[in-house]
Design a protein around this ligand. Structure first.
Ligand code: SF4
Length: 156
């Protein structure tokens, strides 16, 4: 019996979206085959926003830098079976996390901006806030590693 198609989402929080742009390159080579096993339920670069609900696999790129990012990541975690950190910034919180190492004077200077835009006191990697099932390193992502990790979950 055919397995139902996996519902996949690709989300971006604070970042330059370099990984999802690179992912489009990977899709150019692999998407046709993958679509036999999955449907893309959400990918901002390709589709309009949808409700965060009932995903099988979600890839998130970026750093949790604001309260909004944190809320979104928690909601995604509650609504996906597999959560994958896509790219080094999602895994480590850098480069945005450079401000985590600011000295007292630098921190005082950025306080008004943190408050104005509801930024968190520290930038967080995904694993600092939620359980992460897998990681795809690289800035942007390493193509071979993406295919290896993604196909592992797609075929599970
Ligand atoms: S890992 Fe690098 S390329 Fe990917 S979203 Fe983060 S900063 Fe951009």
């Amino acid at each position: 019996m055919n397995q139902p198609k996996k519902k996949v989402g690709v989300f971006s929080i604070t970042c330059d979206e370099g990984c999802s742009i690179y992912l489009i390159e990977i899709f150019n080579k692999k998407l046709v085959g993958w679509l036999e096993k999955m449907e893309i339920k959400y990918f901002l670069s390709m589709k309009d926003k949808v409700e965060i609900k009932d995903f099988d696999i979600v890839l998130i790129e970026g750093v949790i830098s604001s309260e909004r990012d944190l809320r979104e990541v928690i909601k995604i975690r509650e609504n996906t079976k597999i959560l994958i950190a896509m790219g080094t910034c999602a895994m480590t919180a850098f480069p945005s996390g450079q401000r985590n190492n600011f000295n007292a004077e630098q921190l005082e200077r950025i306080q008004p901006k943190l408050k104005e835009f509801s930024y968190l006191p520290k930038c967080l990697a995904l694993k600092d806030a939620v359980t992460v099932d897998d990681n795809i390193p690289g800035c942007p992502i390493d193509e071979k590693k993406f295919i290896e990790v993604f196909e592992k979950h797609l075929n599970a």
